[in-house]
Design a protein around this ligand. Structure first.
Ligand SMILES: Nc1ncnc2c1ncn2[C@@H]1O[C@H](COP(=O)(O)OP(=O)(O)OP(=O)(O)O)[C@@H](O)[C@H]1O
Ligand SMILES: Nc1ncnc2c1ncn2[C@@H]1O[C@H](COP(=O)(O)OP(=O)(O)OP(=O)(O)O)[C@@H](O)[C@H]1O
Ligand SMILES: [Mg+2]
Ligand SMILES: [Mg+2]
Lengths: 168, 165, 165, 168
């Protein structure tokens, strides 16, 4: 399974459609403070199934939708598509966009109906096919910042336990 | 599956001991289960001994040593069951130049079979990347992507500045 | 002393609003008491709006923006009742080059009447210091102090390396 | 009140007597990871009255005593002296060393009797004369690292409240 491409639109500070090719083994993301680097990381977490507002650094799930900027209206939906190539089976790359039903009580986005939501170029990828992604950083949602070693130890326990339950 | 957990834990522990030595170029470290009775519910205890220093709890380590130890744990668990790709967000922030290099040397052992994406402000880490994407807010509050070559990074991270000077 | 607290809080708030604008070169920020009834027991709420962005809670800010906001709060409180000296330990770790410069510009407003001691890995911050002390572990595990000139810093932070290469 | 000098001996990784002159307005401390920079900050916190093991990044107060290194025995006491000049009154610089009675239950330092403990060059400085020092850093003892803005907000509240109680 290889990551080929990521497309974001209306997700956090990415108001317009933006594409990232991930053909390389090691891709770097750089830029000044506040420009949107960690938002790319959040987009990858979200499209791969992370549904915790806190881990996406928001108060609620609708915080991922572009809220507006100087001279630009906020949007009503966020859409992230990831294209994965399953090199074992020689299949076509499969695109996967999360079905995002917004909670009806979403205050400022009352019109934020379902976001994204269709499988492109082929069958939808079911959750079990979505690969595990290890995400680690010092800016993660929780207050302690997972760069701190005691935090990583806590996650290690979860990772190791999860590992076993999966293999059970 | 308790025995399975013990087996997985032992693998992670083995990995941690060797990756720590590689990152710190010496010293030794270990991880223990605080409760052996019910392993699945137990906490994990880490001890670390950077080269030339006494064995101690992780609380006494310096900021950079803590980050490096955290990276050793991350890679140790990753090695037990590698994911197809891994995202690292400024994990090199507290490291000095020497430790950034050691981190990159260990990272190279993992790149290839798995894809890595790394967010960084360190020039040495940027230099190790195959491809660099710059994120910019040419229009205030709106992010866009541009491709950046390594020698353009200095100019790029200065712009756009709206300083009233 | 409730009215005294309210007065002190208002001063800190005023300072925070102006220092934030100076650090971010624009935008605006504010701090509120969550309970006005019993001010001494109340929590503090911060909202920040970097230039060109929407007003939002501090949780949505980036790592660097959070550090810069934390520095604005620190300086705002310091200005209410300046201590004779202040120690800052790697507070610039998450800042990019542009924000390090802005931080140093604001720091200069406080240096003089109070003495500052700053631990840093950033070259620009080192360049702003009047005196630089290097700490080294020539003998492993034992710290000693040497005086360092700015142009020696690169060599200094590489040594001593016990790398097995 | 100005800080003139700091002397440390047997404090954390500073096994031998080490002196720092603080005549300048802005002093920088630099060096590789783990060399002892934050230990200097801890020495200043300790000599100015910080008695919380956690804020000094230890489990107990005896963790500040040099524990030994390759080819070097641990010591039995830690001593930190700070020389302050009270420029208002034109007095001589006053040295201040904390009286450090070790808890008798100190396990590995059973021989760690009182550390430091005398006033040099003049009268001892009483606690009330010890100046407030603002210490801020991302490596502070507590897990969240006080560089995090929510942590600074919590401390701000304490600082503001403390401010008022003092002036009462
Ligand atoms: N829903 C949203 N709509 C618009 N902008 C958003 C939204 N959510 C977050 N942002 C903006 O994204 C910015 C943060 O971006 P991000 O955290 O990716 O920065 P970064 O590049 O990682 O910076 P640093 O180097 O400081 O870590 C914030 O300033 C915030 O205003
Ligand atoms: N009581 C002690 N005796 C001997 N060494 C000690 C003692 N307490 C702490 N140390 C050592 O001091 C080192 C940490 O020093 P410190 O935290 O000052 O590093 P630093 O220079 O701030 O590094 P960084 O740049 O990573 O923050 C640890 O490696 C630890 O072994
Ligand atoms: Mg970030
Ligand atoms: Mg430190």
């Amino acid at each position: 399974m290889r990551l080929k491409r990521l497309e974001v639109r209306g997700f956090k500070s990415f108001a317009d459609r933006t594409e990232f090719d991930f053909n390389a083994d090691l891709t770097g993301i750089v830029g000044p403070n506040g420009c949107g680097k960690s938002n790319v990381v959040d987009a990858l977490k979200w499209v791969l199934g992370d549904r915790s507002a806190k881990s996406l650094r928001g108060a609620e799930m609708t915080d991922v939708i572009f809220k507006g900027a100087e001279g630009r209206e906020g949007l009503h939906q966020a859409e992230v598509t990831i294209v994965l190539e399953n090199d074992q089976l020689g299949e076509d790359p499969v695109a996967f966009t999360p079905e995002r039903e917004h909670p009806v009580d979403a205050p400022e986005r009352a019109d934020g109906e379902s976001v994204g939501g269709e499988a492109l170029d082929g069958e939808g990828v079911t959750d079990s096919e979505v690969p595990d992604v290890l995400v680690a950083g010092v800016q993660d949602g929780d207050e302690t910042g997972s760069g701190d070693v005691s935090d990583v130890v806590r996650r290690t326990r979860h990772a190791l336990v999860a590992n076993c339950t999966e293999l059970r | 599956s308790r025995s399975l957990f013990a087996q997985t834990f032992e693998q992670a522990r083995e990995n941690f001991r060797s990756i720590f030595r590689k990152l710190f170029q010496g010293g030794r470290a270990d991880m223990y289960l605080t409760e052996t009775e019910n392993a699945l519910e137990s906490g994990i205890e880490i001890v670390a001994k950077p080269p030339g220093k006494e064995l101690q709890s992780i609380a006494l380590l310096s900021g950079g040593e803590r980050s490096l130890t955290a990276l050793a744990i991350l890679f140790a668990v990753f090695k037990v069951k590698p994911s197809p790709f891994c995202i690292l967000d400024e994990v090199d922030a507290a490291l000095d130049e020497t430790n950034v290099e050691r981190f990159l040397r260990v990272l190279q052992d993992f790149v290839g079979p798995s894809q890595f994406c790394i967010v960084t402000h360190h020039k040495r880490t940027m230099a190790a990347c195959d491809v660099l994407y710059g994120i910019t807010m040419q229009r205030r509050g709106i992010s866009s992507r541009i491709s950046v070559a390594l020698d353009e990074v200095d100019e790029f991270s200065e712009a756009p500045r709206f300083d009233k000077a």
